[in-house]
Design a protein around this ligand. Structure first.
Ligand code: HEM
Length: 376
């Protein structure tokens, strides 16, 4: 891709077909849109500059007009969001870029897909998978699966993306109870994902994904060419996953005011059809009321099994988060992992990936789930 002045408009699919991020930027990008077409070019700003100065290489304004269908839009959003992340965090937490000078964030693909201009859960997990053998299955333990785009973190990061993906996949039969699943790149079968695949050798990058409530970027990010004021967005978190929100609505779980406010804010990062799906479940007649009014002991037991399974999932998740953050922190303390990719981000130690105080939040959400049990 030629260095440009950032002003010309380029069809996104043809622009994307001509680049592959170099490993210098910490990514290897198998071109998802056009077969094996590969070329290594610098995108965004050069590492040593990154301030919109004279030595920077600018990416042209990209247009979505030539993208075909939902899949290409999702892929384009995935690719551009990852490029933006690489550009912003290339020097770790200390050297954060504050302005997306000539950056891929100026691509339009967040508008038609209704997604915010940041790497969200829908990008990082839902759209970010492929079968190595296209005719093979995508069952655990992920042997035939790979993320389309990964971040530094090796197997640990691969597991983080794919296990979350498999949890989404395992939830599909549950989602079908309410309705056909919303139109997203969700998979089909019903595996039992092993969360143990996520080994805590390196922390997940989530806290680096935010420029809201993140001490490394307290003012947010200026999207050059979009707004002169900095804008704050939360990064990809499974709190943006539709499935848990849908189960909460279906089972009539009532979280605390603070947790509800955070979780509802996370809905802004979901693809609009997902959000609409959750809201529709919320408006539907209450399942819990139906079970209560029926006086049927078997119905009540089945309902309570669902509540217990959901609370158990949340307890398991708390254990994993504790392990991940504590182990990563201890390893960093013993300098077992090198470079900025191995250090637990300051924001992750104190706060969650979307900015919540993680443990009190996660425990509160687990406990209010248990409160949903119907007593005999
Ligand atoms: C190493 C693995 C993981 C870590 C470190 C982690 C970390 C976190 C953190 C810090 C939060 C707090 C919310 C925020 O601020 O973002 C959170 C929330 C959440 N995470 Fe994870 N997570 C992990 C794996 C998973 C997996 C595999 C799933 C499965 C879908 C998942 C589902 C959720 C959900 C649904 C929430 C929202 C809270 C709730 O509804 O219970 N997480 N996670």
């Amino acid at each position: 891709m030629e260095a440009g002045d950032g002003k010309e408009e380029t069809p996104l699919s043809s622009a994307l077909s001509r680049f592959q991020l170099s490993e210098d930027y910490g990514f290897l990008l198998p071109n998802p849109l056009v077969g094996d077409g590969r070329a290594t070019v610098p995108v965004g700003c050069r590492k040593q500059q990154g301030n919109g100065g004279a030595g920077d290489v600018w990416m042209p304004q990209l247009s979505t007009r030539h993208l075909r269908g939902r899949e290409e839009l999702y892929l384009a959003h995935l690719v551009l969001s990852f490029i933006t992340m690489g550009y912003l965090w290339q020097e770790g937490e200390e050297g954060t870029v504050k302005v997306t000078a000539g950056s891929p964030a100026r691509g339009e693909c967040h508008r038609p897909s209704g997604s915010p201009p940041i790497l969200s859960h829908a990008d990082f997990v839902l759209a970010n998978w492929r079968r190595k053998d296209p005719s093979g299955c995508c069952c655990p333990p992920c042997r035939n699966l790979d993320p389309i785009i990964s971040l530094p973190g090796g197997e640990s990061l691969r597991g983080f993306i794919l296990v979350t993906f498999l949890v989404e996949k395992a939830a599909v039969p549950g989602i079908k109870v309410g309705r056909e699943p919303p139109a997203v790149p969700l998979p089909r079968a019903h595996p039992s994902p092993s969360i143990a695949l996520c080994s805590p050798s390196a922390p997940p990058p989530c806290a680096w994904l935010s420029w809201k409530d993140n001490p490394a970027m307290p003012d947010g990010l200026v999207y050059e060419g979009v707004s002169e004021e900095p804008m704050a967005f939360s990064g990809g978190s499974a709190a943006q996953s539709t499935v848990l929100h849908a189960f909460d609505e279906l089972l009539g779980i009532r979280h605390s005011q603070e947790s509800t406010a955070f979780l509802h804010r996370m809905r802004d990062y979901m693809p609009p059809p997902h959000r609409a799906f959750i809201e529709e479940i919320g408006r539907a007649p209450s399942l819990k009321q139906h079970v209560l009014c029926s006086g049927d002991a078997r119905l009540r037991a089945a309902f309570n099994r669902c509540i217990t399974a959901l609370a158990d999932f949340r307890s398991c998740h708390i254990a994993i988060v504790t392990k991940y953050i504590a182990v990563a922190k201890a390893k960093a303390g013993r300098a077992e992992v090198g470079g900025w990719a191995g250090r637990p981000p300051a924001a992750l130690e104190a706060k969650g990936t979307g900015g919540s105080h993680i443990f009190s939040f996660l425990k509160s959400v687990r406990d209010t789930t248990r409160d949903g049990l119907i007593s005999a």
